[in-house]
Design a protein around this ligand. Structure first.
Ligand code: NAD
Length: 299
């Protein structure tokens, strides 16, 4: 049966290295990397993410700022806050928690963030840099997936990788990163014909479709490495009435019988995403100050 990839443990180690880089930037350059997290509205899931982002940012020694705006905040008010953060020298990373309420256009928000502080890699400038391999922040979840894959497999060159999901947040940027590492990349999505047989050829399967337990063990090539990005909340009556639990996009038990290695949900990719957000803040803080970002935090 498969090796369980310990994303939670890997992320803890990564945050320790990040804390070391923060200490180095402070002592050698007088720079304290600063991350501002902005949340509009009271979506409970987003609030949990934002609280843990703020806590972990402080834990690695960074300057952490949190702006909680009411749900009825206007687009103009949000853009003004972003403008202030763009001009604030103590802030090197700006994250606006998505989704934003309906009265706000997410593209207007993304375009307002200075690419130099765009730690989510949402802006067209940074998406372009990622595509042509220039230094800059890299989408957090894909960067986390890449780090886990390299740690598990070493060399990725020549491997067949199938990515399920083509979102701007996960699938597309991950394809860029795996191409850079010389994988043969296939992007599958909701219109892919015969997904099971596409997945069958993969040495590396990354599932990012947001469909609970969609990928079955018998879809997999024996020994494949499976990265499950999906986070789906499903009813769990076995835990009591009205209870829920989190599952991935991969049916874990059947997949673990066939795969060589697999990430669990929770405890796999999720913790890596937040750690990579902190890594990106080191990258942007370095670049904003004319320094070369640490190699171990960048692709
Ligand atoms: P999205 O809804 O923007 O994109 C989903 C993609 O999956 C689309 O490209 C769609 O074509 C594809 N898809 C949908 N149904 C499919 C099907 N039946 N077969 C094949 N492809 C299908 O989602 P997203 O933002 O990319 O997120 C995907 C999942 O990853 C969600 O469960 C989300 O919660 C999770 N997620 C986790 C993290 C993390 O840190 N672990 C980060 C971001 C997203």
């Amino acid at each position: 049966t498969a090796t369980i990839i310990d994303g939670k443990g890997f992320a803890a180690g990564l945050r320790e290295r990040i804390a070391g880089h923060v200490a180095g930037l402070k002592s050698q350059h007088g720079i304290t990397p600063g991350l501002a997290v902005v949340i509009v509205g009271e979506d409970p899931a987003s609030q949990v993410y934002v609280a843990s982002k703020a806590r972990l940012t402080a834990e690695v020694g960074m300057h952490s700022v949190k702006h909680e705006l009411p749900r009825e905040t206007s687009q103009a008010a949000l853009l003004q806050l972003i403008d202030e953060l763009n001009r604030d020298d103590a802030i090197h990373g700006i994250l606006v928690q998505m989704p934003v309420p309906d009265q706000i256009d997410p593209n207007a928000v993304i375009n307002a963030i200075s690419p130099e502080k765009d730690v989510d890699c949402f802006t067209p400038a940074n998406v372009g840099k990622l595509a042509i391999g220039l230094p800059g922040p890299v989408s957090c979840t894909p960067l986390g997936c890449l780090m886990l894959l390299r740690d598990q497999l070493g060399e990725l060159s020549g491997k067949e990788a199938v990515i399920i999901g083509r979102s701007n947040l996960v699938g597309k940027p991950l394809a860029q990163l795996l191409l850079r590492d010389n994988c043969t990349v296939t992007m599958a999505h909701s219109r892919t014909a015969d997904l099971a047989s596409v997945v069958k050829r993969a040495d590396i399967v990354v599932a990012a479709a947001g469909r609970p337990n969609m990928v079955k063990g018998d879809w997999l090539k024996p020994g494949a490495t499976v990265i499950d990005v999906g986070i789906n909340r499903v009813p769990a009556p076995e835990r009591g009435e009205g209870k829920t639990r989190l599952v991935g996009d991969v049916e874990f038990d059947s997949a673990a019988d066939v795969a060589g290695a697999i990430t669990p949900v929770p405890g796999g990719v999720g913790p890596m995403t937040i750690a990579c957000l902190l890594a990106n803040t080191i990258t942007t803080a370095s670049l904003l100050n004319g320094l070369v970002p640490p190699k171990d935090l960048t692709p």
